[in-house]
Design a protein around this ligand. Sequence first.
Ligand code: SF4
Length: 329
Amino acid sequence: MDLCSAYQAMPQKNCGICAYASCSTFLRNVIFRGDSLRKCLWMEQGYPLDTVAMETLVQAVQPKITQVKPAALIEPCTTQSGMVMAELYLAHREVEYGYLDPVVCDILPVWTEAVRCSRQLGIARIEFGQKEILLSITGKTIIRRAENEEDISRTGELLSRIVEGATICTCLSTRMECISGVGTCTDSNPPNITPEERSHLQWVDDVAGRIRDTWKTSSSDLGSLSLRRQAIALLASNNGGLLLLSAAHHLSLLEATLTDLKEHTSFLSEETPTEVRALVETALTRNDGTTYHDLCGFLLEEKPPLYKELFSVIFHTHTISKIREQYLT
Ligand code: SF4
């Protein structure tokens, strides 16, 4: 069993109930740190596999070892005379859980439309100008049809910046998750915020208002794609962007959950218990830590209808709020 296939078998709800910011981070902690699959309440209820079936998959997972080589291997292109190709390695250390999280397949298409990314295979193929890039989640990268060594070096650096949010930290979270401050990572340097990024982050400041408004309307579009584009542009120009990308990531997960919830007609309807309505609306309009923890506890204890989805909404709203608190106040 390949690590990428095991990722695919997870619920993909990224709801935070297991105390990790994503299903893939939880899975790495189960495989490499011995955490319990039972923390996922989706799997406990058999979605999409039950815990026992997933346990069997997990036991068969083979590690995904990163390869580390100091210098790119550059040679003439076999198909294009006068051009070069290179094999390079983005990882700086050898680890068994791979270099990139599958979330890289959400990031790359925002950078360029000319990409095909397979979560199942753990590989992306990118057309970048005249160049072709093959990127593996182990960090191994092949660049074809480059002009020269300098072109290879520039492209490798650019690619490293674009995918940085998807790189896996020693705490097993992605770098995007680490810097949002929701986990317990002690190995992550806070990003330097450039003035450009700070001005874009102000944009995050009114997200809470839009979440509140969206909650009450039929729209689930909170603008995460636009925020991601701004983040990638900043990353490409080496002007920050990582924190903004983290905010956009949680915003997109929030959008996905809101879309799911809108399909349930009973969601926040007259049938919803009054205390759930009150707590959810309070959490969305005033996200202080106490309200967040109170609400999480209440949802897990009382298990009202759609409590897992509600947990996800609260989790991502809280994370966006934490980013704002840490970096803008
Ligand atoms: S609890 Fe949520 S985030 Fe954790 S593995 Fe399950 S679905 Fe994914």
